[in-house]
Design a protein around this ligand. Structure first.
Ligand code: 26V
Length: 755
């Protein structure tokens, strides 16, 4: 087999692969993937899904495509025989960071599952030139630089398809780029990305700054341009409308080509609106249908039947709403339609809080989605329940039949097969390979919970993965970590509700305990990966606090043999693939009720980490799946939190004063030691925030967090075999969290694809 592959690669390289450069090999492999994936393109019959999203955090594609197309082992073997390494070749691949966090990564996992399940479903989004910024640290502070990922070898191909889009009364042309999406032993679908030919990367100045007014040159430069000023906010609306207008035209064109007469659009297309960024697709489709002589009432019905909306957050700041005059400026053609929709919405209810345009002339995107689509879903059981009972209770009362839950999932191809081959092989040797397509088969692993050889093997694999991560950290950041330590990891967007600051307070506490002669039960390596939105000041202060503490520890040999704090620079999908398989304890410590689901929690569980978490998002479902003995839960419940917010009497200062350990940790932020490596303005601001505001109730959960984490450390130190057994139970119960299961639920309940 590998000999045929060698010949094939020689052909594609036009030379003996032994003498080819990694770059030549990379291009040869791209061609190989392209050829094979074209064979899996199937025509569409019946209803097809369009998943519209501002983010598709796809990560590197080459290895994943090779795995999905069944080429990976042969290619690896053929390359090895020629003295080449696939890992080195992968270094040639630019990383598409077209997303920020969970929402974008979820979209990427969904595309993988759709193609794997042989369902017709394409993505629609934007071809950002820089994606999310590149992060580097200087003087313990995050700096942002542009991340140019678009190279000649980029797999997204330009097409001749262009659609006209009118922005602030001017005509622009949206060009379609297509990126093939391969499924695991499945079909090839497409990620459709739109761009403007005139975008000009040379307008980027210092860091990631640019002239926000010059739309022709800047429209798709960055994902989430800074919106701390009005021009930035307008630019986001420009981007959003550009995406949905081009997307809506693509949907109509493709459906018409398959015989749709527009009246029956809902039989040909299902449109999933991923959060509120694409919400303008609703009025835009209505507008386009009316141009095809369909009257307003019928157009509203068609669009309602075609569209469905997913909510990913209850944080008010993330539920998009725009002052009406922004929309008047950018999309005047939509305003008459939005006004008519608002009138219709108001005619359905007396309740002013459900209006699309409120009394202050603010347009609420989520409200438009709920009134004028047929389905609204949350992304974990608890999240959906909170939407129904509190955040969207008025809407739930009006449209109970529209509300449903779809607990998130992750693709096991990337988050197990690709990132953890040793664990994959071990699982396969125990239960066969059925779990790759039917994740529920992982349950068969429960037969081995008493098998000492298996448990020992799992510990060995974990140790190897820690060593691989250590080597990577040494190479990338020159950091040496102790692989005999317990590894705890918190990697996710930097946000106060996710409470990286709680972890920081624990680490300060631990540091001070060691200084006081209280040696921990096991050495700890605490690893962070996180980017802070460039204009989010406190988030950047938290990064500064962590980086500064890391230096304090590093410079104290008495402490550094017991604890290390490592902040991975420029956290992205590739970094996650290195970190997750090496983790012992997964930190999922958001304030209960605030994390809609979390998906990192699922990736860590699948790779054999135990979770230290609050009863929030999908942690609740993880704890039900594995049982209380196999997870470390702590902290206030979502009910308590919601109650405390409602009472409005939370006072951080009282907690600070009442708990000496807590006070000692918070005081340490501005201690001489911290100030010898850190910056007073940042540290003082962080300290003040914790004492006087603490919007996400870090302080009330501090004590429980310390106790639970120390318990986990003691358990880990006391009995490796028992720990390993509990990781096995986590792996075995992870099947429910496959995105294949999630996509099947969307299809059965909402989309009915191919029918
Ligand atoms: C985030 C940001 C941060 C940078 C500035 C601009 C901006 C705009 C929007 C957002 C929204 C991010 C939404 C998101 O990622 N939500 C996550 O969605 C996951 C998938 O459902 C879910 O697991 C996470 O709980 C939720 O936080």
């Amino acid at each position: 087999m590998s000999e045929t592959m060698t010949n094939k690669l020689n052909d594609l390289c036009k030379k003996d692969i032994k003498t080819a450069s990694n770059e030549e090999l990379y291009h040869a492999l791209l061609k190989l993937v392209d050829e094979k994936s074209q064979q899996q393109v199937h025509s569409v019959t019946g209803r097809k899904l369009y998943y519209i999203s501002a983010e598709f955090l796809i990560g590197k594609l080459l290895s994943n495509n090779l795995i999905n197309l069944g080429l990976y082992d042969d290619v690896k073997e053929a390359l090895a025989a020629a003295g080449k390494s696939l890992a080195d070749i992968e270094e040639q691949e630019p990383e598409p960071s077209l997303g920020n966090g969970g929402l974008g990564r979820l979209a990427a996992c969904f595309l993988d599952s759709l193609a794997t399940l042989n369902l017709p479903g394409d993505g629609v989004g934007l071809r950002y030139h820089c994606g999310l910024f590149h992060q580097n640290f200087k003087n313990n502070i995050q700096n942002e630089t542009p991340d140019f990922w678009l190279t000649d070898s980029c797999a997204a191909q330009a097409t001749d398809t262009v659609f006209p889009v009118s922005l602030a009364g001017k005509e622009y042309s949206a060009r379609l780029y297509k990126l093939p999406v391969t499924g695991y032993e499945g079909r090839t679908n497409t990620l459709n990305l739109f761009d403007l030919d005139t975008v000009d990367e040379s307008v980027i100045g210092d860091g990631i700054s640019f002239d926000k007014k010059d739309i022709a040159k800047n429209l798709t430069l960055f994902l989430y341009p800074d919106d701390s000023d009005e021009d930035g906010r307008l630019l986001r609306i420009y981007q959003q409308y550009f995406m949905v207008s081009a997307g809506a035209q693509l949907v109509l064109e493709e459906c018409a080509a398959r015989g749709c007469n527009y009246h029956n659009l809902a039989d040909y297309a299902a449109i999933q609106i991923n959060d509120t960024h694409p919400s303008m697709v609703i009025p835009e489709l209505i507008r386009l249908l009316m141009l095809h002589d369909i009257d307003f009432e019928e157009a509203v019905q068609i669009v309602t039947d075609t569209c469905a909306y997913t909510n990913h957050t209850i944080l008010a700041e993330a539920l998009e709403k725009w002052p009406r005059h922004y929309l008047d400026t950018v999309v005047p053609q939509l305003m008459p339609i939005i006004e008519k929709l608002d009138a219709l919405a108001k005619s359905r209810t007396e309740d002013g809080s459900l209006a699309i345009i409120d009394q202050n002339q603010v347009v609420h995107m989520a409200h438009m989605d709920i009134h004028f689509s047929h389905s609204t879903n949350g992304v974990a059981t608890l999240h959906t329940q909170i939407l129904k009972e509190s955040e969207l209770a008025g809407f739930y009362h009006l449209y109970p039949e529209k509300f449903n839950n779809k607990t998130n999932g992750i693709t096991f191809r990337r988050w197990l097969l690709k990132c953890n081959p040793s664990l994959t092989n071990e699982i396969e040797s125990l239960i066969g390979n059925g779990f790759k397509k039917d994740a529920s088969e992982l349950k068969k692993l429960l037969a081995y919970t008493n098998d000492q050889n298996v448990l020992r093997k799992l510990s060995e694999i974990k140790k190897q993965n820690k060593e691989a991560l250590a080597a990577w950290l040494l190479h990338k950041q020159g950091i040496k970590v102790n692989t005999d330590a317990m590894f705890t990891i918190q990697s996710k967007r930097l946000h106060e509700y996710k409470r990286q600051q709680l972890n920081l307070l624990f680490l300060i506490h631990q540091y001070l305990e060691i200084k006081a002669g209280h040696i921990p039960s096991v050495p700890l390596v605490s690893i962070f990966g996180a980017k802070a939105a460039p204009a989010y000041i406190i988030a950047k202060d938290i990064i500064h606090g962590l980086l500064t503490l890391s230096q304090v520890i590093e410079n104290d040999p008495e402490v550094s043999k017991w604890m290390q704090l490592v902040f991975v620079e420029n956290y992205n999908v590739s970094a996650a693939e290195m970190m997750i398989p090496a983790c012992d304890l997964s930190e999922q410590i958001s304030l209960a009720s605030k994390e809609a689901s979390g998906t990192g929690n699922m990736k860590f569980m699948l790779n054999g980490a135990l979770t230290l978490g609050t009863m929030d998002g999908a942690n609740v479902e993880i704890s039900e799946a594995v049982g209380n003995d196999n997870i470390y839960i702590f902290g206030q419940s979502s009910k308590q939190v919601i109650h405390r917010y409602a009472a409005g009497d939370y006072c951080a200062k009282d907690w600070y004063e009442a708990d000496p350990n807590l006070r000692r940790a918070i005081d340490f932020l501005t201690s001489e030691k911290m100030l010898s490596f850190g910056d007073e303005e940042h540290l003082k601001r962080l300290q003040n925030e914790l004492i006087w505001k603490d919007w996400f109730q870090t302080l009330p959960d501090f004590n429980a967090y310390v106790v639970r984490k120390q318990q986990a450390m003691a358990d880990y130190a006391a009995d490796q075999e028992n720990w390993s057994c509990r990781t096995l139970i986590n792996i075995a119960q992870a099947g429910f969290f496959s995105s294949d299961r999630t996509i099947e639920e969307y299809d059965n309940d909402i989309w009915h694809l191919g029918k």
